[in-house]
Write a protein that binds this ligand. Structure first.
Ligand SMILES: [Ca+2]
Ligand SMILES: [Ca+2]
Length: 225
C-alpha cells in the first residue's frame, strides 16, 4: 500500500511539473518581420523590422533576406537595439545586396555579455518600385542566433512572408485611383468639400485628418502629374 501511494504521488508530481512548465518542449526564440507603414504607394520607402524575442540569453545573430528585385529594392540596413541594450559595444555588418538577396547581415555583442529582452536586431528600408504586383514575399533565410558561448539557439521565424496584396499602389493624391493626379481628383475633392470621409469618397480626405477641406485640395493641386 505504501508503495502504491508513493507511485501515485510520483505521477502527481510529474503532472504538476508539466502543468507549471508547459512550454519547455517547444520553446524557441522568435524572429518576426514587421512592416510599416501598412498602406504603401509606389516609390514609398518601407521600413521592415527584424524583431527578435529571445527565449534564452543571446549574444549574436545573422540572417539573409530574399525578395523579388523586380518589385522592390533594398535601400539601407541599420542596426537595431537588440544587442546594444547590453550596454556593451557591438559589431554590426549591414550585409551585401545583390539582385533578390540581402545576405550576411550579422551582429554580435563585443564582450562577455548577453541580452534576453525583445528588440529589433535590424531595420531594413526597402523601396517599392512597381505597382504591377498582386503580392510580394520577403523571406528571412539562414537565420542563426547564437547564445553567449557560440551555440545556436532554437529559432522560430514568424511572419517571414509579407503579403503585399493589400497595399495601396496609388498615390494618396490620386483620389480616384486612375493612375494620374489631375483635375478629376481636384473635382472629386471639391464635390465632397467639408464632408467627413464617406464611402462615396474615402480618399478625398488626403491628409487623413477626418475632414475634406482646403488642405486636401492644396495637396492634390501640388501633386499633379
Ligand atoms: Ca486621378
Ligand atoms: Ca483632410
Amino acid at each position: 500500500m505504501l508503495i502504491k501511494n508513493r507511485y501515485i504521488l510520483l505521477v502527481f508530481a510529474l503532472i504538476l511539473i508539466l502543468l507549471v512548465n508547459p512550454g519547455t518542449c517547444t520553446a524557441a526564440s522568435s524572429v518576426t518581420l514587421s512592416i510599416s507603414p501598412e498602406v504603401i504607394s509606389v516609390g514609398d520607402t518601407v521600413t521592415v523590422e527584424v524583431f527578435v524575442e529571445p527565449d534564452v540569453a543571446i549574444a549574436g545573430m545573422q540572417f539573409d533576406l530574399e525578395f523579388d528585385d523586380t518589385i522592390v529594392h533594398v535601400d539601407d540596413v541599420t542596426e537595431g537595439d537588440l544587442f546594444s541594450q547590453s550596454g556593451m559595444g557591438t559589431f554590426f555588418n549591414n550585409g551585401s545586396i545583390e539582385p533578390g538577396l540581402l545576405s550576411n547581415v550579422y551582429g554580435t555583442i563585443l564582450g562577455a555579455s548577453n541580452v534576453s529582452t525583445p528588440a529589433a536586431f535590424a531595420t531594413i528600408t526597402i523601396v517599392i518600385d512597381t505597382a504591377d504586383v498582386g503580392n510580394l514575399s520577403l523571406n528571412l533565410t539562414n537565420v542563426i542566433i547564437s547564445d553567449p558561448t557560440g551555440h545556436a539557439v532554437e529559432v522560430e521565424v514568424i511572419n517571414a512572408t509579407i503579403d503585399f496584396s493589400t497595399i495601396d499602389f496609388y498615390s494618396i493624391y490620386d483620389v480616384n485611383m486612375d493612375g494620374t493626379v489631375n483635375d478629376d481628383d481636384f473635382i472629386a475633392v471639391m464635390l465632397h468639400f467639408i464632408e467627413t470621409p464617406s464611402p462615396a469618397c474615402q480618399r478625398c480626405d488626403v491628409n487623413s485628418d477626418g475632414i475634406v477641406n482646403i488642405l486636401d485640395m492644396r495637396l492634390v493641386l501640388l501633386n499633379y502629374g
